[in-house]
Design a protein around this ligand. Structure first.
Ligand code: TXA
Ligand code: MG
Length: 339
């Protein structure tokens, strides 16, 4: 299959809509990361998404909607909390897990009776839903297990020959995937941290949000994941990644003693000069938004440079930084050294 690349435009919206309505899948920009979009109501289309990514069939996809009428098409028994959060954070990078309607294909939800829903703020993604008239299901546009792509070139490298169209909308604004929040019981559970934080959600709902254990811990043998996506190896570059939780001084002396072959350090802006090994930066110190924006590109850059082992500076562990830490921890296979 030849994969065409088109810049965002009205023409690209029409062409992508045609593919979606024909039961094909296309790679598109969103404000979080790039996604592979297919008609959420059409199980055969969704199977093509799983195939293109090499994704396990038991990992459900997020359904993307354009307005609140469409929310009622895809979900039932929608709680008041969902409306409160929607009025504050939609359109934007928040996914809510709700009871699914019959219209949404069980292939989309991997057989679950719940559905993850979000309303993207990216103009192209929004226009695509309006133009095609159907919600699209979209996972991140990477080969399963690799870092999510945040630009069209990285999508193309993974998806070339696997789908007919990649739409290029430039760099993703946010850089990490949406926050996933379950509203299936009265107590909201944060399944995946993102740009919309636990604290942001608690402020709107006026109640506590439970952090799912899997956010910063690996699953123990036999434990089942509430969000099936959390049990798989994720976001991993080819290199072995090890997080070093230490201040800059300790980090520097630790890594400067090492002599491993193919060693790189993943650091913050301006720190490279202190380190004798080659470095890649993933944003500004103490600026979690900048780290979120840059992390996946930095992980992919390490692969392009041929890194074999990577020592990474640790981000903070609250607010937006929790999203960064959660992704980096998976990239590292949960290997972290505290100094
Ligand atoms: O920002 C995003 O959400 C991106 C862009 C493309 O919109 N999409 C994305 O999709 O990250 P994906 O498939 O890579 O991640 C979906 C996550 C998985 O961890 C999955 O297990 C969880 O959401 N999820 C989806 N539906 C769920 C459900 N019904 N119950 C629990 N978890 C669910
Ligand atoms: Mg993903």
């Amino acid at each position: 299959m030849v994969t065409k690349v088109l810049k965002v435009s009205n023409e690209a919206v029409k062409e992508a809509s045609n593919y979606i309505l024909n039961g094909d899948v296309v790679a598109i920009p969103t404000e979080t990361v790039y996604g592979i979009a297919g008609n959420a109501y059409n199980g055969d289309a969704i199977k093509k998404i799983f195939l293109a990514k090499g994704r396990p069939q038991d990992n459900p996809l997020i359904v993307h909607i354009s307005d609140m009428d469409m929310l009622k098409e895809v979900a039932i028994d929608i709680p008041k909390d969902a409306y409160k959060l929607a009025s504050k954070f939609w359109p934007g990078p928040l996914t809510m897990v709700l009871k699914k309607s019959d219209k949404v294909s069980l292939v989309t939800t991997a057989g679950l009776d719940s559905v993850g829903v979000r309303m993207p703020s990216d103009k192209f993604a929004h226009d695509l839903i309006v133009n095609s008239g159907v919600p699209f299901a979209a996972p991140s546009a990477n080969i399963s297990g690799k870092p999510s792509p945040t630009n069209a070139n990285d999508v193309y490298l993974d998806m070339q020959g696997r789908l007919p169209l990649v739409v290029d909308g430039g760099d993703s604004l946010v850089g990490v995937e949406s926050t996933v929040l379950s509203l299936l019981t009265g107590t909201p559970v944060l399944l995946r941290p993102g740009y919309v934080t636990k604290e942001d959600i608690e402020a709107v709902l006026g109640k506590e949000v439970i952090l799912s254990g899997a956010v910063i811990e690996s699953l123990k043998e036999g434990e089942t994941a509430r969000s099936p996506g959390m049990k798989y190896k994720h976001y991993a570059p080819e290199a072995e990644v090890i997080i070093i939780d230490a201040n800059l001084d300790k980090f520097t002396s630790y890594v400067n003693d090492k002599t491993d072959d193919g060693l790189y350090c993943l650091v913050f802006d301006g720190e490279g000069d202190l380190i004798i090994h080659p470095t890649v930066s993933y944003g500004k110190t103490d600026d979690a938004k900048s780290q979120a924006h840059n992390l996946f590109t930095a992980l992919r850059t390490l692969d392009k440079l041929g890194a074999k082992k990577v020592y990474a500076r640790a981000p903070l562990k609250d607010g937006v930084a929790l999203a960064v830490y959660n992704r980096l921890l998976r990239a590292a296979g949960f290997k972290e050294i505290k100094l």
